[in-house]
Design a protein around this ligand. Structure first.
Ligand code: H2U
Ligand code: ZN
Length: 349
């Protein structure tokens, strides 16, 4: 047995420069908790009390159009405002603050209240990918915006306020921490090696084929070597592109395909409406070329063992560093094993 699958060790996250502690020997410790199945919540196609359904009123009094495809609007409770000045607010010794102008948008994936990416067809997801591209373009073109962060919180476990399929888009003046760390690491790697960090990483993963979950011609879904969450995955473009705005029509379709297949696998893993936070990391929109940037998505699901047993990032994780028991290789094998036919679409035996 290799040390990586038997002895406690740390793995370096090449994208952030941070370490994760892996304790593979611990997976044999006794588990006395329950392993429950949770029924997929039976949701109606239209919910008259949902603030995202077509034709319904929102919390601030506005009314949604009777939209039939995707629908984007300015978040009524935006965390960022465009009026705030991008200047220093405080510099008093150790006390430093700066104004952060920005925009927050909400994007509904579908008029149907009961769908999720895993229950939508590729044909239905393509317009979502196109909307992500258009939002990136439109928001990124604004002078005050230098970064566009698209993310989806799925499920109450991840703090989603509403099951209606939707994501959020926060466009900021500054680079948020996560993107900033990745930017620095990718540029240092390019400077040192003359090649792209994630192109090289993907080539290595394809050669080893141990952590790959599924793939198509333009995208690969894998459990990163340095994953923190039990079933964390990354979706990487096989071509060196930096942003949604670089996607060809064929790549947009391939992205829709991989997102659908990966989220089906997630739902099938514990036969549940699988919660996660996911989002895309892309090149900043400050106008510089950023050749170091390789377009990708991260999925961070909290579940560990069943539909109800989640991992908590507490204790050592909060005060020391992230830790996991099940190895990324085992997680990838489990995700590979499950079917790409959604369990709710399987005919009864
Ligand atoms: P989450 O489910 O990820 O919380 O996203 C829902 C967002 O929708 C949330 O940011 C916004 C909330 O501010 N929202 C509106 O803009 N209008 C509403 O009527 C309710 C919720
Ligand atoms: Zn709805």
């Amino acid at each position: 047995m290799s040390l990586l699958s038997s002895a406690s060790h740390r793995r370096l996250n090449q994208l952030t420069g941070e370490w994760v502690l892996v304790s593979p020997h611990r997976t044999s410790r006794p588990w006395q908790g329950q392993v429950e199945k949770v029924r997929y919540e039976d949701r109606p196609r239209y919910d008259p009390s949902c603030y995202l359904c077509p034709g319904n009123g929102r919390a601030n009094g506005e009314r949604n159009p009777r939209y039939t495809g995707v629908f984007a609007f300015d978040n009524d409770f935006a965390a960022l405002t465009s009026q705030t000045p991008a200047k220093e607010f405080a510099r008093d010794g150790l006390l430093i603050a700066e104004g952060e102008p920005g925009r927050c948008r909400v994007l509904c994936f579908s008029p149907r209240h009961d769908l999720t990416l895993s229950r939508m067809s590729v044909r239905e997801i393509v317009p979502v990918v196109e909307a992500w591209r258009d939002e990136t373009m439109r928001l990124g073109a604004l002078d005050m915006i230098n970064y566009v962060q698209i993310f989806e919180n799925r499920g109450a476990a991840m703090g989603a306020s509403n099951p209606h399929p939707h994501c959020q888009i926060w466009a900021t003046h500054s680079m948020p921490n996560e993107a900033a760390k990745e930017s620095e690491r990718q540029s240092a790697y390019l400077a040192q090696n003359g090649s792209c960090l994630l192109c090289d990483y993907l080539a290595l993963e394809e050669k080893l084929a141990e952590r790959i979950v599924c793939r198509n011609e333009h995208f690969v879904a894998l459990v990163p070597f340095w994953a923190i969450w039990p079933f964390e995955t990354m979706v990487l473009a096989t071509r060196h592109i930096g942003s949604f705005t670089d996607l060809t029509g064929e790549e947009a379709m391939a992205l829709a395909d991989i997102l659908r297949r990966l989220t089906i696998r997630y739902d099938n893993l514990f036969e549940t409406d699988f919660p996660y936070s996911m989002g895309f990391h892309q090149r900043p929109t400050d106008g510089a070329p950023h050749a170091n940037w390789h377009f990708h998505a991260h999925f961070y699901p909290p579940l560990l063992r069943s539909a109800t047993v989640r991992k908590f990032m507490v204790g050592f994780e909060m005060l020391g560093e992230p830790q996991r028991d099940i190895t990324p290789e085992t997680a990838a094998a489990q995700l590979r094993e499950v079917s790409e036919t959604h369990y709710l679409d399987r005919s009864a035996p």
